[in-house]
Design a protein around this ligand. Sequence first.
Ligand code: AMP
Length: 502
Amino acid sequence: MKFDELGLSEKVLAAVQAAGYANPTPIQAQAIPPALQGRDILGIAQTGTGKTAAFTLPMLSRLEQGRARARVPRTLILEPTRELAAQVEESFAKYGVNHKLNVALLIGGVSFGDQETKIMRGADVLIATPGRLLDFFDRGKLLLTGIEILVIDEADRMLDMGFIPDIERVCKLVPFTRQTLFFSATMPPEITRLTEAFLHNPVRVEVARAATTASTIRQALVASHGHAEKRETLRKLIRGADNFKNAIIFCNRKRDVAILHRSLTKHGFSAGALHGDMDQLARMASLDAFKNGDVSLLVCSDVAARGLDIPDVSHVFNFDVPTHSEDYVHRIGRTGRAGRSGVAITIATEDDAKYVDQIQSLIGKAIEWEGPGFDELPPPLETPRPHEHRRGAKGDRAGRSERSRGERGRRAERGDHRQERVERIEAEGPVAKGPVAMGRPAHAPRRPEAPPPRARPTDERRDRRPRRHHEDDGPPVIGLGDHVPSFLLRPVTLRPAKVAEE
Ligand code: AMP
């Protein structure tokens, strides 16, 4: 099938040609004709399939008739993250070069003022994250009664991020007669319910299974012990990588993104960070620096990196094995895009066995191990993290001290490794200095590593709702945490109150 057989307008076809696309991708070939007829679409497709153009191109053709009015946008695209929203805006700039359309972006973390001006001018296309959109609506700065086309993109990610109540609210605020184009990589029951409630007789278009990984990606597993060793393993992998151009590195937790970023920078790598608690300017700056090649490593959390379209990423490293196997598919899909080859290496500890099995059964094949197995690794460093210490303290004291005695014995036999590893810990930064290097006992609690820079409150406010545990910030801080001012700790002597003499 050719682009000119899909029914797109001349202006859109010219832009597609300028973009250099020879033929429509399967999702485009199947979704564009019914979308142009005004049908609702249920598209089951992941990023990388060309789904953005599958909704952008028919929207542009349909928007050629009519004009937007102040405060009443004509079309609305909902995206789970600011980066995805900004990426869709770029697609409108690319495919809409021959159109004079007003495109407004409503995302958290940037000032209301500029966004309001664009809405007041009349937006043909409004691209928004749900939180900021509803803020605007609730302040009376926006009417949704003129929406002709509603696009809900990455619906399963919206579900993960707790946005579904917002989506339901938006679906009720837009006119009943609008056209809905709905895209999701997977169809969990909550998403099916949503489509049943808000799509009218949709055309279902399904492209590749979400569980498939591109054959252009070489996948491997590398055994490591935890934390400091994983950082060293990662550094070795980066230094030894063949055909290395750049890499996205995934951590399960935002806190670890900040720690790993700091460690890599300290070791002389040019690295940026991207996670949901960074303010918008910092997120955009990191992403731009990576896209422009100013930094060659980008350390990310899943939420921030999902769906990012960076065409030429040579390597993906999973610093942590993802605990949700579909995340593995999304993560490694950041490399090997558009027919290029890519490498995806996952660092796994012995505790990750369950998650590795789940991933392998999801993708339907075994991932090869590379390098020494767990048995051949040098013994782990005795630098338990606070939560590991707590876990041990819950009634396993005897077992743990047995283990650590045994471990100390083995370490004494291998005295040659010790000094090397102590130096390695010291190199990891302030946390590892001092007591660890001086041979602190294995059971002594280690000071928690410094937290990432404090995040400003963001407007992706639903990010604060219950999340999947791998995006958390670790155990909650109770009261003032470690920061109790000393005057509050001083003992207080209570004197009996003086009774007034009658
Ligand atoms: P998406 O799935 O929308 O994130 O698109 C993934 C990538 O495919 C983007 O870099 C697009 O520029 C590219 N793309 C979209 N449509 C086509 C096409 N018909 N032919 C070649 N590349 C395309």
